[in-house]
Design a protein around this ligand. Structure first.
Ligand code: PLP
Length: 394
């Protein structure tokens, strides 16, 4: 089997698993308990928090542990919205191609009386700091722009957007779930006020994440209950999972440059090979791109059929984000970068990690062109394109 869907989730690293099982067995006390066993868990948790802070360039008291990317996104956005409402500011700036954890939270806030500006995204999948600046109003209470897109891998000018927000005194949140562990992050240097990350996107366990929230920005709890996470997130802490997350992230950051060089070389070979397929197009910027991300549109086919046949060939891939598979709507990200509906339907996302090999890339390059040609062979849409009854768009 070839796993090429690392943007959906990654394999738990053996090191993270080892830490997780060790702590589950040896530091299983409740960190809120006062006896030795509980206090040992408390110490382990405090250590994990300062290590996470160090990785992000933050302080330990600015790190909150959550259940993952979706919860961190929800809490960051809802907190800033509530803070804004208290000052009669109910306008939010975001983009058209955020993850659904952000987009659906924003849609909910619109129903609650907030106004959201969804910045259009350029064809390369990037928004500029100038565009963010132009969208900020006196009543803007939050800017939320993702660090790197989960479908097309486009990396946004986060530091510049952060600077614009800082100058306008508007809190800036970034969903860095795809970036953490893969791209260098420094919240102070990049002017980031709130940042979401999720362990299972960098070889940590599922159901664990973190939210960085800069000192001075009050965070409201989504989950009420005990006093955990300094009253910002109730619930007995997942100590083993949290430590496994921090371990996985430390390991990734330690070899970040080496991994990025290795994975982006595989990515570029894959892109070059897929580009030889007629009437295909790479989605997203070539340079400002996550090391492992490859995303293509092929005219005249359905992405879903391509995925099924790739699965039969032992290749795990996706057509867009895992969250939208199962729905027949084309990806909102591909529509946002201007791909027409009929083209957006024929998309393929392959996301590589440092566990992939050149042999994997060669095997994918054997299968994809063959399957695309096979599917086009009995596609009425393709026949219309080839006979001139309709115009090629790619
Ligand atoms: C996966 C993902 C999320 C959701 O994270 P979970 O931990 O699965 O809730 C949010 N944003 C982006 C960009 C993602 O890729």
């Amino acid at each position: 089997m070839i796993y090429a869907d690392n943007a959906a989730t990654t394999r738990l690293s053996p090191h993270a698993l080892e830490v997780m099982t060790d702590l589950a067995q040896n530091a299983w006390g409740n960190p809120s308990s006062l006896y030795e066993l509980g206090q040992r868990a408390q110490e382990v948790l405090a250590d994990a928090r300062s290590r996470m802070a160090k990785i992000l360039g933050a302080e330990a008291k600015e790190v909150y542990f959550t259940s993952g990317g979706s919860e961190s996104d929800n809490q960051a956005i809802r907190s800033c919205a509530r803070l804004g409402a208290a000052k009669n500011k109910r306008h939010i700036v975001s983009t058209a191609f955020e993850h659904h954890a952000v987009l659906h939270t924003l849609k909910r806030l619109e129903k609650e009386g907030y106004e959201v500006t969804y910045l259009p995204v350029h064809e390369n999948g990037v928004v500029t700091a100038q565009e963010v600046q132009a969208a900020i109003r006196p009543d803007t209470c939050l800017v939320t722009v993702m660090f790197a897109n989960n479908e097309i891998g486009a990396i946004q000018p986060i530091k510049e957007i952060g600077a614009v927000c800082r100058a306008a005194k508007v809190p800036f949140h970034t969903d860095a779930v795809q970036a953490a562990g893969h791209v260098r992050i420094d919240v102070k240097e990049m002017n980031i006020d709130l940042l979401s990350l999720s362990a299972h996107k960098f070889h940590g366990p599922r159901g664990v994440g973190a939210l960085y929230c800069r000192t001075g920005i009050p965070l409201y709890p989504l989950i009420e209950g005990g006093a955990q996470e300094r009253n910002r997130r109730a619930g007995t802490e997942n100590v083993a999972g949290i430590c496994a997350m921090v371990t996985a992230l430390e390991d990734m950051v330690k070899s970040l440059d080496k991994n990025a060089a290795y994975v982006s070389a595989l990515r570029d070979k894959l892109i070059a090979g897929l580009e030889t397929i007629p009437h295909s197009a790479l989605n997203g910027d070539r340079e400002r791109r996550l090391p492992g991300n490859v995303n293509f549109c092929f005219e005249g086919i359905e992405g879903e059929s391509l995925l099924l046949l790739l699965d039969q060939a032992g290749i795990c891939a996706s057509s867009g984000s895992a969250c939208t598979s199962g729905s027949l709507d084309p990806s909102h990200v591909l529509l946002a970068i201007g791909r027409p509906h009929e083209v957006a339907h024929g998309s393929l996302r392959l996301t590589l990690s440092e566990e992939n090999t050149e042999a994997d890339v060669d095997a994918i390059l054997q299968e994809v062109p063959r399957i695309v040609a096979y599917l086009r062979g009995f596609s009425p849409i393709w026949q219309d394109l080839e006979s001139g009854r309709s115009q090629h768009l790619l």
